[in-house]
Ligand binder design. Structure first.
Ligand code: UD1
Length: 419
């Protein structure tokens, strides 16, 4: 199993090109199931989760072509299987996103229940409740969600989601594009990745109003067509590199970034002492001091993203002062804490709040990556720790970061993949 070996090498300096957003690419690929035309996606990151989605779509009969660099062509005209099997779904929770499009287009779908994952229970009740409101009959049998639309079509209706859910909003939005009549989705998530999906669906012929707000109104159409769409830049990848520089010091320019999608994160970095400048598609960070500890509370967009919580915790761990980080989205997203403490951090957890006392230095150790963003926090800690750090189980990292060792190596980090 691959590991990462990292030895602190001082400040990071140079340029990094940001990849397309994983969390936008996955739902966009699933949207390919909605039409018999060809969906051309550009700026797709080549990640393990993207490959899993490719396999999932191919398993359902879709034609999927890729240049293995950054482009995908998905053609849904040959889809002949409406089942998403356990083997693929279990490795990637986002597989549930094939449910809405498949049910809407073919009147039936069968998707393995994703089940729990390390960071929390993560049920899909809101996805199912919304589809039922649109007339779907749903049973859970043998670990599968089996859904059918009585006369082959979902029906538009008003749906109020009990909580703000990214995947739930995406699934119901996609389903509503092909439903009969008008669907009003209330209490929607407004993450930039949802805006990206809505914009692509509109290019495919969907009629959607309220994009970027908590209420989406979708007038169903009888069919969608293909289109070309470029995936938005990954705000979490960009934020992770900015945190790395906040910890090590230095001056780095991020290209192909989307600063408008990450304003809260940039504000927090400024509070930590970083000098941030940004244009429409670039961000620069200049960090010439020890970071100052900052408090933060995670919440749904436009507030601070849960996917950046672990990385900021790593910076706070070596910052000047004490801080608190409160997680409100996932109940078990502090698994990086014991690993950071093994490297000399001083972090304690009470309920959903972590108390961090900044230490002068961390020391390299053998640590275990427990989930995607937790792995990123261990990399940041390792970049400033004395001695050598070996991060085990980095398959988590490969799910969400494209060429991370090459990108960090390019700005001066001593980081190498070992087996
Ligand atoms: C997406 C992101 C993930 C990010 C998360 C929150 C993708 C592929 N993944 O995950 O990186 O961390 O948003 O920003 O885009 N919930 C329910 N019932 C539901 C749906 C959700 O109780 O039907 C709960 C979840 O357990 C969780 C919270 O709502 O506690 C938020 O989940 P959700 O926004 O749906 O996250 P994902 O779409 O799974």
């Amino acid at each position: 199993m691959d590991k990462l070996k990292i030895v602190a090498n001082g400040a990071l300096n140079g340029e990094i090109v940001i990849s397309g957003a994983k969390n936008a690419a996955l739902p966009l690929m699933c949207a390919g199931l909605l039409s018999s035309g060809t969906l051309r996606l550009k700026n797709v990151p080549m990640l393990a989760d993207v490959k899993t989605t490719q396999k999932l779509l191919q398993g359902m009969g879709a034609r999927v072509l890729t240049d293995n660099i950054s482009e995908f062509e998905i053609n849904g005209s040959t889809v002949n299987n409406t089942c998403a099997p356990y083997d693929l779904v279990r490795t990637m929770r986002a597989s549930i996103l094939v449910l809405g499009p498949t049910l809407a287009r073919f009147g039936k779908a069968q998707v393995s229940l994703p089940g729990g994952c390390a960071i929390g229970a993560r049920p899909v009740d809101q996805h199912l409740k919304g589809l039922e409101a649109m007339g779907a009959e749903i049973v859970i049998e043998h670990g599968y969600v089996k859904a059918s639309a009585p006369d082959g079509k979902l029906k538009g209706t008003r749906i109020h989601m009990d909580m703000v859910t990214v995947g739930g909003t995406e699934n119901l939005l996609m389903a509503a594009t092909l439903a009969e009549g008008t669907t009003i989705l209330e209490n929607c998530a407004v993450e930039p990745e949802i805006v990206d999906l809505a914009e692509c669906l509109i290019k495919m012929g969907a009629k959607i109003q309220g994009v970027g707000t908590r209420t989406l109104t979708i007038e169903g159409v009888s069919e969608l067509h293909g289109c070309e769409h470029s995936v938005i830049p990954d705000r979490i990848e960009a934020g992770t590199f900015l945190c790395a520089v906040a910890a090590t010091g230095g001056k780095v320019l991020l290209r192909n970034a989307a600063p408008k999608t990450m304003e809260v994160v940039l504000d927090k970095l400024v509070q930590m002492g970083a000098v941030i400048e940004a244009g429409s598609d670039w961000i620069s960070i200049d960090m010439q001091q020890r970071p100052k500890a900052i408090d933060l509370t995670v919440d749904v967009h436009p507030d601070f993203p849960t996917d950046m919580q672990a990385q900021f915790m790593a910076v706070n761990a070596i910052a000047e002062g004490e801080s608190q980080i409160t997680e409100t989205i996932f109940e078990n997203r502090f698994m990086h804490v014991p690993e950071l403490n093994r490297m000399g951090a001083n972090i304690s957890v009470k309920g959903n709040t972590a108390m961090i006392v900044g230490v002068d230095k961390l020391s390299g150790a053998n640590v275990m990556a427990t989930d995607l963003r937790a792995s990123a926090s261990l990399i940041i800690a390792a970049l400033v720790a004395e001695g050598e750090t070996v991060i085990n189980r980095i398959y988590h990292l490969d799910r969400g970061y494209e060429n991370i060792e090459a990108k960090l190596g390019g700005v001066g980090a001593k980081i190498e993949r070992i087996r």
